[in-house]
Design a protein around this ligand. Structure first.
Ligand SMILES: [Zn+2]
Length: 148
């Protein structure tokens, strides 16, 4: 079922989540190299893995949750190193930063993230005029709506 664009009425529209899934792929590459020189023949292999993503898919990426572990460990290690260089008062600042970061991360993950994820699930893009719009469904009816 195609949703018409509320701006130009084109039927050439796609859902953000579909663009993201179709433009993102996991890759596993193996490179084999051989050389022949003074010492004789030598060969080696290296493997690379990761994710490849189209430009449009990266623009249509879903919102992300805030991480707890790495920032907390980073602030803790940074605070410990700075306290050795500058003084013990840095530990108090570090605790304030840790508490502040954790409060903001919890607020992001439990208050804002669910709203942004739901909005992302309702987002469409018109591939003719690049208009991004929301489609809210009620039963079998769809209601396209331009973003403010
Ligand atoms: Zn359009």
């Amino acid at each position: 079922m195609s949703i018409p664009c509320p701006h130009c009425n084109s039927q050439n529209t796609q859902k953000f989540s579909l663009i993201y899934r179709s433009g993102t792929a996991d890759i596993n590459l193996t490179t084999v190299k051989s050389t022949y020189g003074v010492g004789g023949l030598s060969a080696g292999a290296a493997s690379t893995s990761g994710t490849t993503q189209s430009h449009l898919a990266s623009q249509c990426a879903p919102p992300e949750k805030r991480s707890y572990f790495l920032p907390v460990v980073g602030i803790f290690i940074g605070g410990c190193v700075l306290s050795l260089l500058v003084g013990a008062w840095v530990i108090d600042v570090m605790y304030l930063l840790l508490i502040g970061y954790i409060v903001l991360a919890i607020r992001h993950n439990f208050q804002y993230y669910p709203m942004w994820l739901q909005e992302w699930n309702e987002k469409y893009i018109c591939l003719r005029c690049d208009t991004i719009f929301l489609v809210q469904k009620s039963g079998t009816q769809s209601f396209p709506k331009l973003l403010p």
